[in-house]
Every structure is written in C-alpha cells, then in structure tokens.
Design a protein around this ligand. Structure first.
Ligand code: ATP
Length: 302
C-alpha cells in the first residue's frame, strides 16, 4: 500500500517558545480510514490544519499524494475534501441550494449534486431549509459539500462531535461506505477510543503533540485487550483478596467490586473456580472497558 500522507519529523508551535507538535511522522495509507485519536488539546486540529495548508509550517516535511505540500499546494488541495470545525452552511437556503452555491464556486459537474445527496442520504430532504435540519443532517450536508469535487482524500475533524447516538451511527456508516464503495482515503480525528473499534483500519494516537502509537487498529485492539481490567462483583471482596493477591494485580474499586488487571481470558475459569471453592457469592464477572486514558497510562513513556 502506498502512503497518501507522509510527514517527516514535523514540528510546529504557535509561538517560538511553545511547541504544539513534536517530530510527527505520520504515515497514512491509501484507502484506509485513519483515526487520529487524542484528548482535547493534543494537537489534532492543528495537524489537520497544517495538512490543509491553513497554518504555516515546514511544508517541505509534508508529502500528500507523493508531492511536497510546499511546492504543489493547489494541485494537492484540489484532491482533498475537508470538514474542519463548524461547517459553514447557509441556514436560510435548502440543502440543494447550498450544494448548488458550492458547485458554482468550485465549478463541479452538475451531476455531482444528486450523487452526493444520495451518498449522504439527503435526497429526500434536499428541498428543506437547512435551518430545519437536525445536527446530524447538517453534518452530512457538510460532508456532501466536501465530496462535491469527488476528492480522493477526506479530512474530517471530529465529525461525530455533539451528535446524538443515531447521528453518530449515520456518520460512521457514511465514512465506512466512502471507503468501501468509493475507495476514498479518510483521515478522521476523534477523542473517543470507541471510534477506532467502530470504523478505523489504522490509528495514530496523539498526546501533547507527540505521536505515541501508529499502526493498524487490530494491533491497537490487541494492546487494549491486554490492558482491560477484569471486574468481579461479589458479596465479600475482602475475603476474596487473599486468594487473588498472590497471582493477580487486584484493587478494590467499590464496596462490592474488585478490578483485576493483566488477566487473560483463559485465567477466568481458574479464578472463578478458586473463589466458588471459598463459598464466595459472585454476582458479576466480566472484562470492563478500556478508556483512552487507561491506554495512555500504558503507552506513555514514564
Ligand atoms: N490559534 C491558536 N493560537 C495559539 N494556540 C493554539 C491555537 N489553536 C490551538 N492552540 C493550542 O494548541 C494546542 C492544540 O490544540 P488543538 O486544537 O490542535 O487540539 P485538538 O487535539 O484538536 O483538541 P480539541 O479536540 O480540543 O480541538 C492546544 O494547547 C491549544 O490551546
């Protein structure tokens, strides 16, 4: 697979004394859904803005479609569709009229309007005023605008932010469809680890401007399962502790719940059998969730 985006040792600061991005080496493969993951303030939007030439940086260090961003900016940008922060929509116009305005500005083919309306599921609502659209519909319209010129690469900054669960599901479905059916490469930022499981083929984890992890989402998920705590709810945790502490890393997290880390699936029946033998009543036994913060604790060099 070829890389559509590559940055080599990219640094950036809004002021000379404060560096926001440190030695970024991004590698984003063609036809991947690359989830750029990080908490608020990590530097995701800053990176995306640099890739789109919206912030001045050392563009010599950035290649997109195999070309340096500094010398081929316009040619590169013509092949990218983007949605950064709030979409700029005309709320007093219909969805169709918004698309027509952009189409005229960017001189796209007329046939693209019904195509992008259909892709984004807005064909029926096309003559509705945008001010009557739900947040999810507005977001889909913004993606439709980004798709008008049929770009190969889409850069989306937190497109599910603020949406209700239904809206989130629709945007995720749309992103997957754009890759699978239309072979787009999609770089999408998020602060939710769950987004990776749901849509990403690849992941880059940014923390305080440093890329802590980059690879396939499968390799991240393997790492995540190793870091997921096993939770045990039982009548008397303090009675269970002596039977567990020698073999496992155990911590009491509530009156009735113990959290055990570093445990494999195969060890579950052994552990449960040991506790049942002690006449302990087990109400719940399951692997919990691993948050982005939990993963950071493991990835961040101490
Ligand atoms: N225009 C600016 N001038 C100065 N500092 C900025 C500017 N924009 C962002 N920053 C700072 O750069 C850092 C990275 O911000 P950025 O918006 O890229 O993070 P992010 O990962 O996208 O987080 P969020 O999800 O909150 O937008 C933050 O400390 C932020 O305060």
């Amino acid at each position: 697979m070829t890389n559509i985006i590559e940055t080599k040792d990219l640094n950036f600061g809004f002021s000379p004394s404060v560096r926001t991005l440190h030695h970024l080496n991004l590698q984003i493969e063609s036809e991947s859904i690359y989830c750029f993951l990080g908490p608020n303030g990590a530097g995701k939007t800053t990176t995306l803005r640099i890739l789109l030439g919206l912030l001045k940086a050392d563009h010599q260090r950035i290649s997109i479609f195999g070309q340096h961003l500094n010398s081929n900016r316009l040619a590169i940008l013509k092949r990218i569709g983007s949605l950064i922060e709030q979409p700029s929509l005309y709320h007093h116009l219909t969805g169709h009229q918004n698309l027509e305005l952009y189409r005229l500005t960017f001189r796209c083919d007329q046939k693209r309007i019904p195509e992008v309306l259909s892709i984004t599921g807005l064909s029926e609502a096309r003559h509705q005023l945008v001010k009557t659209y739900s947040l999810g519909m507005k977001q889909r319209l913004a993606i439709a605008l980004a798709l008008l010129h049929d770009p190969e690469l889409l850069i989306l900054d937190e497109p599910t932010n603020g949406l209700d669960p239904q809206g989130i599901i629709e945007i995720r479905g749309l992103i997957k469809q754009l890759k699978e059916e239309f072979h787009k490469t999609i770089l999408v930022s998020s602060h939710l680890l769950s987004e990776v499981e749901k849509i990403a083929t690849h992941v880059g984890i940014l923390h305080k401007g440093c890329l802590l992890f980059q690879g396939s989402s499968r390799s991240l998920m393997e790492m995540k399962s190793e870091n997921t705590a096993f939770e045990l709810e039982l009548d008397a945790p303090e009675k269970a502790m002596p039977h567990l502490e020698n073999s496992f890393n155990v911590r009491k997290i509530s009156e009735t719940t113990l959290s055990i880390t570093g445990m494999t699936k195969e060890q579950v029946p052994v552990l449960l059998a040991r506790l049942v033998k002690q006449d302990l009543r087990i109400y719940r036994a399951a692997f919990g969730t691993c948050s982005l913060e939990d993963l950071f604790l493991d990835i961040i060099p101490s």
